[in-house]
Ligand binder design. Structure first.
Ligand SMILES: NC(=O)c1ccc[n+]([C@@H]2O[C@H](COP(=O)([O-])OP(=O)(O)OC[C@H]3O[C@@H](n4cnc5c(N)ncnc54)[C@H](O)[C@@H]3O)[C@@H](O)[C@H]2O)c1
Length: 338
């Protein structure tokens, strides 16, 4: 099998590439990336060493995709920050997340290949999520009814420019499946975490939190800290992608909400307490609520569980894995996190 991973030097793309190559050494795996994300270039030697090809290319440029032939594409390139587009960088966001996806879809059709697209829980409108009824407990919000967000949760309302760019991508794929027979699966992921993530304030919160503890950088809790997210370890995502690659037709044309689920959810408050337990003491002040924040996102994994997948790695294990990775590579990672 010949697999192309766009955004292959990013956190998710490189983790998937390395896991695939490790489990299936005979597969040809190629990572295409324009190295837009700070730190993504650090993955090039790691990928090379594992026998993965690297192509410096840009999904915004159809000519970068045209020469490539492959059986399956994992589309993991993106500007993935929910704050993206608010500071004059909206053109890059739209041209990569939507225009780039279109180029990828065209390339997949030209290759008569298969596509696995990574979408995001941010496609759900903020007002719909914040408008649910919550119980305010000591350290977190809990949903009054149910325990998570399923595929059919309402879509009316605004969702951030990032969320819109990915939702537009989902709609594009749905049309191409129906109209032009595109072979595709959409995984709509909640918060992903694990070692290898170059987290920052607006994206990759678990890594950002752990790194700020380890490098003793200033941190703030925005709002009351009771905002909840479920955390999915990228190695659990690999287990799912592995299943999808190898029994594609069973998942074909379907869209799944994918996440850590209620048992692997943490509020910011609880994440902070775990960092204190695993890494050490630190003062973290409260700040006013931040624009585009949502009170709660926990995945309802019911649909994907019926296909035989559920998360296995706990939020605490994931945090520990990240803290160990940063501690072991403290000098090399200093320029990114410190
Ligand atoms: N990390 C998460 O928590 C999370 C959650 C839900 C969905 N996702 C989705 O997963 C995918 C991967 O996210 P990530 O966390 O690995 O982000 P990342 O920033 O670590 O990786 C994205 C990669 O895409 C590359 N890239 C950006 N613009 C490009 C372009 N025009 N052409 C080619 N490459 C380009 C970047 O250089 C980077 O290496 C994205 O589609 C994102 O929307 C991520």
């Amino acid at each position: 099998m010949n697999i192309l991973i766009t955004g292959g030097c990013g956190f998710v793309g490189s983790s998937l590439a390395l896991n695939i190559k490790q489990k299936y050494p005979k597969y040809e795996v190629t990572a295409l990336d324009n190295l837009h994300r700070n730190g993504s270039e650090l993955n090039i030697p790691i990928l090379h060493e594992a026998g993965i090809n690297f192509i410096q290319g840009d999904v915004r440029r159809p000519e970068d995709l045209e020469p490539l032939s492959y059986d399956l594409m994992i589309e993991a390139s993106a500007e993935p920050s929910v704050m993206a587009g608010l500071n004059g960088d909206d053109r890059y966001l739209m041209e990569t997340n939507f225009g780039g996806l279109f180029n990828c879809v065209r390339s997949v059709l030209d290759n008569n290949a298969k596509l696995i697209f990574l979408s995001t829980s941010r496609i759900f409108p903020m007002s719909a999520i914040n408008g649910l009824e919550y119980i305010e407990e000591a350290s977190r919000y809990t949903m009054k009814y149910g325990h998570g967000i399923a595929e059919n949760f309402p879509k009316e309302g605004t969702r951030s420019l990032y969320g819109m760019s990915k939702y537009a991508g989902e709609l594009l794929i749905a049309e191409y499946i129906e109209m032009l027979g595109l072979k595709a699966i959409i995984n709509r992921c909640g918060l992903l975490a694990g070692k290898g993530q170059f987290g920052k304030t607006d994206q990759g919160v678990v890594t950002h939190w752990a790194a700020s503890y380890i490098y003793d950088k200033q941190l703030s809790i925005f709002g009351n800290g009771k905002q909840v997210r479920d955390i999915l370890n990228v190695r659990d995502l690999f287990r799912l992608i592995d299943m999808q690659i190898h029994s594609f037709d069973r998942f074909r044309s379907e869209l799944f909400n994918i996440g850590g689920g209620i048992n692997n959810s943490l509020s910011i408050f609880e994440l902070d307490a775990l960092c204190k337990k695993l890494i050490g003491a630190k003062e973290v002040p409260f700040m006013p609520e931040r624009v585009l924040d949502i009170k709660y996102y926990v995945t309802d994994n019911t649909k994907i569980q019926s296909y035989g997948w559920s998360p296995e790695i706990s939020a605490e294990e994931t945090l520990k894995e990240i803290a160990d990775w940063i501690t072991e590579n403290k000098e090399e990672l200093k320029w990114i996190f410190a």
